[in-house]
Design a protein around this ligand. Structure first.
Ligand SMILES: [Zn+2]
Length: 115
């Protein structure tokens, strides 16, 4: 699926691309800002990502997208392996918007410890 977006045989709203990285709007969007950042070449998941230079570039593109969207708080997340991962082409979710909680309730438990 994502290889077909890279090849432009499946339509997507691409917001960034270079020789190695492509970013496009997630459909459907789960949050107000929801962009997927992927390597142009097929890598199944982050568990298969050995190229540290590419890893850094993917994260940097994701951060730049958040900065250019003007959000001060955002989440950068990737799922690896079923059932968490849905599409088996490595993708980082860049997400921001109202109503997002801290994952796993960690912020909540820290507040509870402090009280
Ligand atoms: Zn692919």
């Amino acid at each position: 699926m994502f290889c077909r977006i890279v090849a432009r045989t499946v339509p997507a709203t691409i917001c960034y691309e270079d020789a190695d990285v492509v970013a496009f709007d997630a459909v459907p969007a789960a949050t107000k800002l929801h962009v997927l950042v992927i390597p142009r070449r097929h890598i199944p998941s982050v568990a298969d990502l050995a190229d540290t230079e590419l890893a850094g570039r993917l994260v940097r593109v994701a951060s730049t997208i958040a900065a250019e969207a003007g959000v001060k708080s955002f989440r950068l997340a990737t799922n690896s392996g079923a059932p968490l991962q849905d599409v088996f082409h490595l993708h980082w979710h860049v997400m921001a918007g109202d109503g997002m909680g801290h994952p796993a309730g960690i912020a909540f438990s820290r507040r509870a410890e402090a009280s």
